[in-house]
Design a protein around this ligand. Structure first.
Ligand SMILES: [Zn+2]
Ligand SMILES: [Zn+2]
Length: 190
């Protein structure tokens, strides 16, 4: 959804506050020895986020008509301030992630898991913003990540759906070849 600058940038200020609440809550309410399981739950949440991110982008944003329309606007105009409004993403954090994971894992681990997933979403938001608005030196990891995402935007073939990590594109066979590499391969086979 296209937003005013405040609606777009407010995520970058509110999410750190929301995220900080989770470890503070855990530190104040956790018993001795409870920190390690909390951290493991958080890492699991973060790892699962990367897979969720991949499928949200590949399936929801590219295949489901309603989301596809919104996402197409981003593809056509990558610098437009388009994201999900903070009230929708926060509702999802609390209703779709926190509530079921507390029910399944208990308050302590469920909160750790939710912290990991939410941190993943926050990293994704900043990374995706950086890919369209920031410049990086040519030998940096971020330059390659930006280039990978540019291929997603401008290649005629669908692929490179992962924003924070290319891992799932390799796992599911959707990693796009680098244009130079593709040309070299064609020259070798032709
Ligand atoms: Zn896309
Ligand atoms: Zn993009």
């Amino acid at each position: 959804m296209r937003e005013r600058a405040l609606g777009y940038y407010i995520d970058f200020y509110i999410y750190p506050v929301v995220l900080a609440g989770f470890p503070i809550y855990a530190a104040l309410n956790g018993q001795r020895g409870a920190l390690a399981p909390w951290a493991i739950a958080a890492v699991a949440g973060l790892a699962l986020w990367t897979l969720v991110e991949y499928f949200i982008h590949r399936v929801l944003f590219h295949k489901v008509a309603f989301f596809r329309r919104l996402h197409d606007a981003h593809h056509k105009n990558p610098k437009a301030l388009i994201d999900s409004p903070i009230w929708t993403s926060l509702t999802i954090v609390f209703a779709v992630v926190l509530a079921p994971s507390v029910w399944l894992l208990g308050a302590h681990l469920g909160a750790g898991f939710t912290f990991g997933m939410t941190l993943g979403y926050f990293i994704y938001s900043i990374t995706h913003h950086a890919m369209h608005f920031w410049s990086f030196s040519h030998d940096s990891y971020f330059y390659r990540a930006k280039h990978r995402h540019a291929l997603h935007h401008y290649s005629e073939v669908d692929g490179n759906f992962g924003v924070t990590t290319p891992i799932w594109d390799y796992v599911f066979g959707t990693a796009l070849p680098e244009p130079q590499l593709a040309k070299q391969r064609q020259a070798q086979s032709g």
